[in-house]
Write a protein that binds this ligand. Structure first.
Ligand code: N01
Length: 493
């Protein structure tokens, strides 16, 4: 990597984002001998989603041993399901252990990523004017990175404090305040029990009840930690047990959603075991297939909703007023703090609107069914550009870290191919990408995600552009190697 001027960096690989995807990409490239790389990060430290989501109670719903890099096991996980602070520490440790510090450029908020046809290179600009010219780009900005505020009239005029789950203010003092949580997804069901005892009063606004299963997490014993440290194969064994126990879930998710009835029974038993009031039970009973939205796990959510200081509100919100929320029936709820646990811009991720390939085509077209994606990673017309957790790579049943590591083999081989050939431009053939995408889309209607609920997996038109509807080992097989005949190569000379 070389600085040709004070503000332009020329590099072989520019990686955008320093979460699991970006850090993993840098490590894999370095392992294969590619050291001319820079990691551009908008924040001031690594961690991605596990740096941003500092809301109380934040925790991963995939096992620690599986939700970590295969090459960097951590024998010290305190719980079988990791908390946000522990995951952030883990990623800081990985950064240190793999000497990524000098590759990192913090505060680089990407304004545009444009393919310069004359140069045959990517030109990246930051909002502060810094520029990077790169032969290859890896977008590792993550699918769940851009918070979505609710589309509610009057939100801007609220005179109290508004906070989103993914931009939590660690100095926010909730003691004694009148607070509300909008949303009942994965973030909300962790926030509600974590703050319920601190606030003066809490109203939880539920639009759709989630399916909630008992939480299987437990403390990792000091004996297990010692064993993992002294004999790493045992931890690898535990990881693969977690992996295969989850992998069979593809059957109910993808092949036969009716099988979800068994898990629904378990979730209803959980609800009935924790909630006695029939009216509250009814309000909390979902009317769609379990798995259509992300399956949630909590032992604390239902008890928290029954505290004297907590109300579940199922009436529709008409608008936000300067002092609180007005419901459709005219009821006014006075509030000091409004917590929006309303999810992320996924299918309309603003990052994709900043990236333009050949002919100025925006990457956002990939989420509108107008640009096929090859193996969730690369796009025709976007040579030498790769997207970590791109379209149709998200999972309902297993670890995204497994998917990320799978993508890295293909990406690293493609980059090595290009650099070995004088930085030739490599991109997937449009017809190959389109055929693969058609095959994925043909599968999705029969899956649990096609059973009729609204979710962040779908575009406004109902197209599922997020989920990988198959076994993850099949995805790994497909991304294990670069298949040259699936690609077009053009010379830059
Ligand atoms: O967001 P969501 P999230 N008025 O989109 C509601 C990962 N994650 O941040 O269901 C009223 O799931 C919306 O209602 P409805 C995980 O992949 C993982 O919770 O659309 N309500 C819904 O209840 C997860 O799936 C972990 O009717 C409104 C909620 O807001 C993903 O992140 C932890 C509304 C949004 O739920 C996103 O989870 C946290 C409105 N105007 C996150 N707009 C773990 O690992 C939206 N809602 C445990």
């Amino acid at each position: 990597m070389s600085d040709h001027s004070t503000s332009t960096i020329h590099t072989t690989v520019a990686i955008i984002g320093a979460g699991f995807g970006g850090l993993g990409a840098a490590i894999e490239l370095k392992r294969r001998g590619e050291h001319d790389l820079v990691i551009l990060e908008r924040a001031t430290e690594v961690g991605g989603t596990w740096r941003d989501n500092t809301y109380p109670g934040c925790r991963c719903d995939v096992q620690s041993n599986l939700y970590s890099f295969s090459f960097a096991p951590n024998p010290s996980w305190s719980n079988t399901y990791p908390s946000q602070p522990e995951l952030l520490d883990y990623l800081r440790g990985v950064t240190r252990d793999h000497h990524l510090g000098h590759h990192l450029r913090f505060g680089f908020e990407v304004a545009s990523v444009e393919f310069d046809e004359e140069l045959g290179r990517w030109r990246l600009r930051a909002v502060d004017g810094r520029e990077v010219i790169a032969a290859n780009v890896i977008l590792a900005t993550g699918g769940l990175a851009e918070p979505r505020l609710p589309d509610l009239e009057g939100l801007d005029g609220f005179e109290g404090t508004i906070v989103h789950s993914a931009t939590w203010d660690d100095d926010l003092d909730l003691a004694g305040v009148r607070a509300a949580v909008i949303g009942t997804g994965a973030s909300a069901i962790q926030i509600v029990p974590a703050i319920a005892d601190d606030v003066g009063h809490l109203t939880v606004f539920q639009r759709t009840p989630p399916w909630v299963l008992p939480h299987p997490g437990k403390k990792v014993s000091s004996r297990a930690k010692r064993l993992y440290a002294l004999a790493p194969p045992f931890q690898r064994l535990a990881r693969w047990a977690d992996y295969w126990l989850r992998e069979w879930l593809v059957v109910p998710f993808v092949k036969a959603p009716k099988i979800m009835a068994g898990a629904e029974k378990k979730a209803l038993e959980h609800l009935h075991g924790q909630v006695e009031d029939p009216a509250l039970r009814e309000a909390l009973t979902p009317d769609y297939r379990l798995g259509c939205k992300r399956i949630l796990m909590s032992d604390e959510y239902y008890p928290a909703l029954q505290l004297d200081t907590v109300d579940l509100e199922t009436r529709s919100i008409e608008c936000v007023t300067p002092t609180g929320i007005r419901l459709d029936d005219g009821t006014e709820i006075d509030l000091d703090v409004l917590i929006c646990a309303t999810g992320f811009k996924v299918t309309d991720n603003p990052t994709a609107t900043k990236v333009h390939g050949r002919g100025g085509v925006p990457l956002a077209a990939a989420y509108q069914g107008q640009l096929p994606c090859y193996r969730g990673t690369s796009f025709p017309g976007f040579p030498n550009l790769y997207m970590i957790t791109g379209p149709n790579t998200a999972l309902g049943h297993s670890s995204m870290v497994f998917m990320i590591e799978s993508q890295l083999s293909y990406i690293a081989e493609a980059i090595a191919f290009s650099t070995a050939n004088d930085n030739d431009l490599i991109e997937p053939r449009r017809e190959v990408a389109a055929a693969e995408e058609d095959a994925i889309q043909a599968k999705l209607p029969g899956t649990v995600w096609g059973t009729g609920c609204a979710s962040w997996y779908l575009t406004d038109e109902g197209r599922n552009v997020t989920i990988w509807p198959d076994f993850t080992f099949r995805y790994r097989q497909r991304t294990r190697h670069l298949i040259p005949e699936h690609h077009v190569v053009t010379s830059t000379s």
